[in-house]
Design a protein around this ligand. Structure first.
Ligand code: UFG
Length: 330
């Protein structure tokens, strides 16, 4: 039986594929390569290029392969882009999961682990966020993922398809060996942009707003290493394979870092100056997003290995230095 990784050529998906292969799993990858990189996919995996919204394509793959569990990353995930083009997000993310669940149901595939997000909470009720807190997104990206969670719930009730929703906080870092890492076009995420400034590929960092309700005025986020995240998916898959019920877990480090603190940490990790200046706010950004991740630790026995943002940045810096032009250098 194989594990299907949807979106396995993307940033998080490719790290997932690497980890699964390292653990001896038989891995099938689907990716439409709209944002993914074919040379990010571990060569041991069987790759099918196609779109999660294409029912005939999914049927072909499901007929050819024997899939035990689906791990779903095939979604758009850029908050500001979703503010400009919400329908793109509802079509690919929310629409895509409907087609996927229909195909899974028809082919008798009963388990799915999927990427949800801290963005489903909106501006949180409490300083750190619990899974049971109110989910009230303030951007279409978060809304599209909340809808996916709800659709999965009803697909479980009706068809018995069990799911684990993993609500990620801010994913960062790269594989320790520097073979794969983060490479988006255009890049919008804080840590890779900061490192491009450190490398001299950008003149300066723009800090989007310093008048938020936070200690230093810049946004506070909870950064989690991409390999720790991959491990959590494997634990979630095993949790479902053991016959447990559908569930949702936060994945974060439980520590918040402001944009300004990240710049400082990156200066220490790289030894570079990293010029930064304050710029206007970016639409759709909540002040603070910090997880309580005790539930994943208690129920899934998740033990993240990277508990320090400097270490996370160092793995990303290793990748950035080895591949200044991302996957073009592979
Ligand atoms: N930021 C800057 N300058 C930049 C880029 C980002 O100041 O050049 C700031 C943003 O305003 C934000 C913080 O850095 O306050 C982090 O921004 P990212 O774009 O790196 O990440 P987001 O918090 O917007 O979103 C990420 C993922 C989402 C996920 C969310 C959950 O992209 O998919 O984390 O916390 F939902």
């Amino acid at each position: 039986m194989a594990v299907l990784v949807l979106g396995g050529a993307g940033y998080i998906g490719s790290h997932m594929v690497k980890r699964l292969v390292e653990q001896g799993e038989d891995v099938v990858v689907i990716d439409n390569l709209v944002t993914g990189h074919p040379n990010a996919i571990a060569k041991e995996a069987r790759f099918y290029q196609g779109d999660v919204r294409d029912r005939a394509f999914l049927d072909q793959v499901f007929e050819k392969e024997t899939i035990d569990t689906v791990i779903h990353f095939a979604a758009f995930s850029i908050v500001p882009e979703s503010m400009k083009d919400p329908l793109k997000y509802f079509d690919n993310n929310t629409g895509g999961v409907i087609t996927l669940l229909e195909a899974m149901h028809d082919h008798g595939i009963k388990r799915i682990v999927f990427s949800s997000t801290a963005a489903t909470y909106g501006n949180p009720e409490h300083e750190t966020i619990k899974e049971s807190d109110r989910q009230d997104p303030i951007n279409p990206y978060g809304e599209s993922k909340l809808m996916m969670e709800k659709i999965m719930h009803w697909a479980d009730v009706a068809y018995g398809i069990k799911f684990v929703a993993l609500r990620y906080f801010n994913v960062a870092g790269a594989a320790e060996d520097g073979t794969i890492g983060e490479d988006h076009h255009p890049e919008t995420h804080l840590i890779p942009i900061v490192l491009q400034v450190a490398l001299g590929k950008r003149p300066e960092l723009q800090i989007y707003g310093d008048d938020y309700q936070t200690p230093d005025g810049s946004n506070v986020r909870d950064y989690v290493h991409v390999m720790d995240l991959a491990d959590a998916h494997i634990l979630a898959m095993k949790y479902l394979q053991a016959g447990h019920d559908s569930n949702a877990f936060n994945l974060g480090s439980s520590t918040g870092f402001s944009v300004k603190q990240i710049v400082e940490a990156a200066r220490e990790a790289t030894g570079e100056t990293i010029p930064a200046k304050v710029a206007p706010r970016r639409p759709g950004d909540p002040d603070t997003l910090v997880a309580q991740s005790d539930k994943a630790r208690e129920i899934l026995h998740w033990q993240p290995k990277y508990d320090d943002v400097h270490q996370i940045i160092k793995t990303a810096w290793n990748w950035t230095q080895k591949h200044p032009n991302g996957f073009e250098d592979k």
